[in-house]
Design a protein around this ligand. Sequence first.
Ligand SMILES: Nc1nc2c(ncn2[C@@H]2O[C@H](COP(=O)(O)OP(=O)(O)OP(=O)(O)O)[C@@H](O)[C@H]2O)c(=O)[nH]1
Ligand SMILES: [Mg+2]
Length: 455
Amino acid sequence: MKVYDEKFIKNIAFVGAHNSGKTTLAETMLFEAGLLNRRGSVEEKNTVSDYQSIEQERQSSIYATPLHTEWRNYKINIIDTPGLDDFIGEIASTMHVADSIIMLINAQYGVEVGTEIIWNYIDRFNKPTVFVINQIDHPKANFDESFNSLKNLVGKNAIKIQYPIVINGAQCIVDVLKMRLYKFKPDGGKPEKLEIPANQKELAEKLHNELIEKAAENDENLMELYFENGTLTEDEMRKGIKIGMLNNELFPVFCVSALKDMGSGRLMGFIDNVIPAAADLKPQLSVENKEVFYNPKDQTILFVFKTVHEPNLGKISFFKVMSGTLNQNDKLENSRKGDVEVLNQLFIMDGKKRELVESLHAGDIGATLKLKVTETNDTLHPIDHKITIKPISYPEARIQKATSAQDKKDDEKLNEVLRKIESQDPTVNFNYSKELKQQILSCQGELHLAIIDWT
Ligand SMILES: Nc1nc2c(ncn2[C@@H]2O[C@H](COP(=O)(O)OP(=O)(O)OP(=O)(O)O)[C@@H](O)[C@H]2O)c(=O)[nH]1
Ligand SMILES: [Mg+2]
């Protein structure tokens, strides 16, 4: 595995309403990049992302799952999140480490209640966001209505980069950044790149000019170039779009069919060339008010954003390298406990698949096993150089329920299970009520409760 540096790593959260197609799009992106021989599907219960049996049983994501794909020398880390709002805690952790967001909209329904709930939650993080209108192949798909509902949600800053059309039965996408028509075979994959047909030229030109104006708006130099030349080059447009995205003044809108593998390659190209990398973002301020830069030459700092307890492997800790370079066998100190942890093995995880790597650079996401004291939200730093990354703040619990072991003898076992659940899912809390003489469990909703039961 190649070691990517901070300019070539893109950390993207996939968010969107339940069933909008996040898991399917992630699978398609891994397949298109040649990382999978066979593309799994949610129906066949064999996607890389939904690998937990409870997710397969329900045909729905429940946990945020880190994956990666590689496209033209860039590494794209994807965190595929669940769309059901009982699992909003998974989005909270993801927002802490994702540098940009891809929000999927189902072209059958446009903006849904689920989309609004998630948007209201993630909007506060001010992360660069691309909207992807998915399922354009669906007989009930309505791109224009979906786009209009998106404008109602986010305002005039939603700007079309693409729109779908069908020509002689073939699904096509008009791209107004590249000014090209992509024509797909029925089973998708690499499209034919064609001239925009005469009857679409006027509309495409109009959207192209709107995009240029919007791209120029965010930068004085680009504005000057635009006034001088009356247009911008493709590279200048990309620059302007990126600045607009960083200022949260521009939300590019793409369209794809994740299921039929149409448009995912172009979207990955845009992620590579336009979406900000970790290195483009402002430095983070630590709890101690120190600036932390995504610089591989600085001291090594890790932030643990997710913990999973797997029956065969034990504890898996997922982290983002906030600065420096992490090497196998590095010893780092836990800022909360003061204990030293040895990072014996470093992995890149794609669902349940693990790939051993020797090192990871600032801005990248990885995992390690068997940390002794480290939990989600902990920072690991060089010994005696204490620094603490600001922790994830989780949504408040929405329901409460009393729990107890059926047999008193099982109380200890129950406590152990409860500790594991809390470690995996910080939106679950257990408190002992002296009045009721019972453990009280607090969580996000009935469905969340059902999943905790299953755990
Ligand atoms: N026709 C069509 N169906 C799609 C497309 N993408 C996804 N689907 C279907 O939509 C359903 C939901 O897809 P998922 O990928 O599980 O959606 P999700 O957004 O990950 O759902 P949650 O994880 O539950 O939030 C599945 O039945 C998919 O086969 C698409 O582009 N076209
Ligand atoms: Mg999913």
